[in-house]
Design a protein around this ligand. Structure first.
Ligand code: SF4
Ligand code: SF4
Length: 386
């Protein structure tokens, strides 16, 4: 049976992190199973944008530091790589993100190498999805001997949840990501792209930073939830299955994971997953707030869920009082639906990808319910989110 390790860890203190991570890897068979001295190990972080580690929008820099140190002590060459979302003046803000996140400092102090996926070249791979597209993924993923995925436990305003399976989207360099949002605006279809990446690139290990998790309107505009957990597995879908249960949902309720389930990227049945580490069953993150698009739990019927999501559907609106006119949203919108001067959104062409909401670093893109009944429902007390 596939294993998911869950460790309790309440702080980003380097020695505690190293202890918990090493103990977890031991339970998965030990580091020797995954890396050898001299290996080039790429750490695929979640560096969604230029956000500090404390925001819980990215893999925390101290979490990263702990893993870099472990691998360096084992004689590995360590690379840290990702491509951020969005665009500033026509280019992805990845270089800025590496600075703001503290990753550059970690790399310098621990002797790792930064790999900005936007400028490291690409590898052509064939998609197995209905899109049948040739995909271009960042070359370092194929140049490294071992790739370790370091996702963050977060909610997602469009996709409900983002974790190990979704974190690979950053393997698509620069502004190409917008093309895929446009091609597959529906989260279920978007999941096909994620499954394509998992079937094209090999990720040997997945270590999730769930210490500062993000609740509410993730993946960047939510609040910090002290989850105090580290999750580890060789199977990204099994890891997500466990994490999703921890926050009070079922995997069937996350539309962008349905392709990963159908295409058997990993194990999605909780009864087939062994929980080990500090927990022998799935702990619950009490009071964890889900995004506005999601209401309640235990809705196993996908069609019912879609109807519920439609009823509570939200649309992005730009709050001009908070807006700083940086134009990241304008340049990142895959269908050019945002007016540069007025910041009005043309809802006739908006594909509701929520990239503008995801990438605005000033929380100026708010989500408003489209349905009047849903707004009334919300204003009454039974409209509270879990
Ligand atoms: S809404 Fe946000 S991303 Fe868009 S221009 Fe304003 S501050 Fe920039
Ligand atoms: S306006 Fe926002 S949600 Fe609509 S398509 Fe553009 S980026 Fe996506």
């Amino acid at each position: 049976m596939v294993k998911v390790i869950i460790q309790e860890c309440s702080e980003y203190e380097i020695n505690s992190l190293i202890l918990k991570i090493n103990d977890g890897i031991e339970r998965l068979g030990g580091w020797d199973l995954f890396v050898r001295p001299g290996d080039i190990v790429l750490l695929k972080v979640n560096l969604i944008g230029p956000k500090p580690s404390e925001s819980a929008a990215i893999t925390h820099s101290e979490f990263l530091r702990a893993i870099v140190r472990i691998l360096k002590q084992r004689g590995c060459e360590v690379w840290i790589g990702d491509s951020s979302g969005g665009a500033i003046a026509g280019i992805a803000p990845t270089a800025k993100s590496f600075k703001v996140s503290g990753y550059e400092e970690v790399a310098k102090e621990e002797g790792a190498i930064i790999k900005n996926f936007d400028s490291e070249g690409v590898m052509e791979v064939c998609s197995k999805s209905k899109y049948g597209e040739t995909m271009y993924l960042a070359k370092p993923i194929f140049d490294a001997d071992v790739v370790i995925n370091l996702p963050k436990l977060k909610t997602h305003s469009a996709g409900i949840y983002t974790g190990a399976v979704k974190n690979v989207f950053g393997c698509i360099p620069g502004l190409r990501k917008a093309k895929y949002h446009k091609m597959a605006p529906n989260p279920k279809d978007f999941g096909e792209i994620l499954a394509d990446i998992h079937q094209s690139a090999k990720f040997q290990l997945h270590i999730m930073d769930g210490i500062y998790a993000m609740q509410g309107e993730g993946p960047t505009a939510g609040d910090v939830y002290l989850g105090n957990k580290i999750l580890m597995s060789t199977d990204p879908l099994a890891l997500d299955t466990v994490a999703i249960n921890m926050i009070g949902m079922k995997i069937e309720e996350v539309p962008n994971l349905s392709a990963a389930i159908e295409r058997e990227i990993g194990e999605s049945r909780l009864e087939n997953i062994t929980i080990d580490g500090d927990f022998k069953s799935v702990p619950q993150l009490e009071g964890f707030r889900l995004p506005k698009r999601y209401k309640g739990s235990n809705r196993r019927n996908y069609n019912v869920l879609i109807k519920v999501i439609d009823f509570f559907k939200t649309a992005p609106r730009i709050n001009r009082k908070k807006c700083r006119n940086c134009n990241v949203c304008v340049e990142s919108c895959p269908v050019k639906a945002i007016n540069t001067d007025t910041k009005q959104i043309d809802y006739k062409i908006c594909i509701e990808c929520m990239c503008c909401h995801e990438l605005c670093m000033h929380k100026a893109v708010e989500l408003k319910k489209e349905n009047l009944l849903a707004r009334i429902f919300d204003s009454l007390s039974f409209g509270k989110y879990r």
